[in-house]
Design a protein around this ligand. Structure first.
Ligand code: SAM
Length: 213
């Protein structure tokens, strides 16, 4: 997703350092100190404009959430929505999800969300997909033994790619849907910005999986 540069983003991020981290490697092993109390940690990679993670944090005050996003202008927009009604159990991190194992300890994360990740359809860009083998290896390290990955997309090609790459890992599928919005589980579904925009065009695919080693 390409986004227009937002001139206000830099100063806005600097002014709200209590809720956003721009030097995540310095917080290795210390994430829980950024919340009012230590609780299970759930992370979304590619959080976009933040609707999903903000609504999740509202719905689950018993969990601490971190939204990771690569683009400054995008995360600044998420932060601005969040600042309308800040929550003590949500933090944002401006970084590349590829660095996850440099900023989180092994087994530190209980649940990892990937929502409508960029499909990178060209083969030469496959490594950038958030469910490529390199990323899965990283998730395997930072997820706790009973941790899960939840992945949603409207892109059938990316979903099939993800099933195949995951199948090459010691991993079990706990849930797979080829049409989330017409399944009973949709009642508890919190929609992302992309989901709201693209679900009228076709099905939403979802899987939940956990590593077995
Ligand atoms: N999850 C949001 C949603 O469903 O509305 C945004 C989806 S958007 C298509 C994908 C987002 O992932 C973009 O904001 C992009 O900047 C971010 N992204 C892509 N690669 C990333 C990476 N390696 N680390 C962190 N964020 C990434």
């Amino acid at each position: 997703m390409r986004v227009r540069n937002k001139p206000w983003a830099d100063s806005y991020i600097k002014a709200h350092g209590d809720y956003i981290v721009i030097d995540p490697k310095n917080w290795l092993g210390k994430w829980q100190t950024r919340f009012i109390k230590p609780q299970p940690l759930n992370v979304e990679v590619g959080t976009g404009k933040g609707r999903f993670i903000i609504e999740m944090a509202k719905a689950h005050p018993e969990i601490n959430y971190i939204g990771v996003e690569l683009q400054k202008s995008v995360i600044a927009t998420a932060l601005r929505s969040f600042m309308a009604d800040p929550l003590p159990n949500l933090q944002f991190v401006l970084t590349d999800g590829a660095n996850l194992d440099e900023i989180f300890l092994a087994d530190e994360i209980q649940r990892l969300f990937l929502n409508f990740s960029d499909p990178w359809p060209k083969k030469r860009h496959a490594k950038r997909r958030l469910t490529s083998p390199k990323f899965l290896q990283t998730y395997q390290r930072v997820l706790s033994a009973d941790g899960q990955i939840e992945f949603k997309t409207d892109n059938r090609g990316l979903f099939e790619y993800t099933l195949v790459t995951m199948n090459n890992f010691p991993l079990r599928f706990d849930y797979v849907s080829l049409d989330l919005h017409h399944s009973p589980e949709n009642e508890a579904n919190i929609e992302t910005e992309y989901e709201q925009k693209f679900s009228p065009n076709g099905p939403i695919y979802k899987l939940i999986a956990h590593f077995t080693a």
